[in-house]
Design a protein around this ligand. Structure first.
Ligand code: AMP
Ligand code: ZN
Ligand code: FE
Ligand code: FE
Length: 293
């Protein structure tokens, strides 16, 4: 059997391993393919892709976008096979980063008001020129002794429902799907359990609407999915002709209990990568077919 990981984060967003080190770890863990899916950026793809070539691992460039969705749920959409050199992609990542740039100083100001001494400069240093994500801020709060764990930083300060939580401006799901398509990618709904739908019928309605807007796949295997969820989402994917993906959502030591290539005790079969690539190829053919008229 051959295994892969199609959902992971590097220092290009809020993971703790550099893109090349994520690939090296994939090799160590005997994975044969990897997709890097940093939040709002593809800045790690070139480095990861080069390393993957060296080590003989198949590599796919991805991105993870957080779309508008009502509280308490979150909707994350993965874009696979996006082209880092596509102007539509640059435009997309600029839009997404502007949403963060608006939000982040508000979080810090609120923390200061609450008596937590932290600055934007410290957060920027922690991010080392990469995308600023809350897990880096959580790591700072932990280092400074305000909290004893990353989780506590979210619960007490910066997570949804906590005093220094601020939403960022997001794309609607439809906009996210359109823009992933425009950037040469295909869209997959990440970790559907995080939608926190009330029942299976509601989940299916959401998926159907996304399919109408161009959704290509569902993430069936994920660290948050137990066996029942893997089964449920897998059935939903089959029913709606969607490709099935899987990934650990590895973040390095920002999420200590998650190992690259393992999602809730489960490994991700190579077949999922191969089908994803095939689906991407088909979708590209269709697009070029229509533009060539
Ligand atoms: P941001 O993109 O800056 O909004 O941060 C999102 C990141 O924070 C994602 O990696 C989430 O998994 C992580 N995150 C969000 N809520 C929590 C939480 N309650 N505990 C730990 N990590 C969280
Ligand atoms: Zn993350
Ligand atoms: Fe996510
Ligand atoms: Fe993720």
């Amino acid at each position: 059997m051959s295994f892969v990981d199609l959902h992971c984060h590097s220092t290009a967003s809020d993971g703790t391993l550099a893109p090349r080190d994520v690939v090296r770890l994939a090799k160590q863990n005997n994975l044969t393919a990897l997709a890097l899916t940093d939040h709002d950026t593809v800045a790690g793809c070139e480095e990861a892709g080069d390393e993957a070539k060296k080590l003989g691992i198949d590599f796919l460039c991805g991105i993870e976008i957080s779309a508008e969705f009502p509280h308490p749920g979150t909707m994350h959409i993965l874009g696979y096979g996006v082209d880092p050199n596509n102007p539509a992609l640059k435009n997309l990542t600029e839009t997404l980063l502007a949403g963060r740039d608006n939000r982040n100083p508000r979080i810090v100001a609120k923390l200061n008001e609450t008596g937590v001494a932290v600055t934007m400069e410290e957060w920027e240093n922690e991010a080392k020129g990469n995308v600023l994500g809350r897990p880096q801020l959580a790591a700072i709060l932990m280092r400074k002794g305000y909290v004893s764990s990353i989780k506590q930083a979210f619960d007490k300060y910066i997570g949804q429902g906590a005093p220094a939580y601020f939403d960022k401006e997001r794309l609607t799901p439809r906009q996210a799907l359109e823009r992933i398509g425009a950037a040469g990618g295909i869209a997959v709904l990440a970790h559907p359990i995080q939608l926190r739908t009330e029942n299976d019928a509601q989940l299916e309605t959401i998926v159907k609407n996304l399919v109408d807007d161009g959704l290509a796949g569902l993430e069936i295997i994920h660290s948050d999915h137990d066996a029942a969820w893997v089964e449920k989402v897998s059935r939903l994917a089959d029913k709606h002709g969607l490709v099935k993906t899987g990934g650990s959502d590895f973040h390095g030591s920002n999420k200590k209990d998650i190992n690259l290539g393992i999602a809730n005790g489960r490994r991700i079969p190579r077949e999922l990568f191969d089908r994803l690539i095939e689906r991407h190829r088909q979708s590209r053919q269709k697009t070029s077919g229509t533009t060539m008229g």
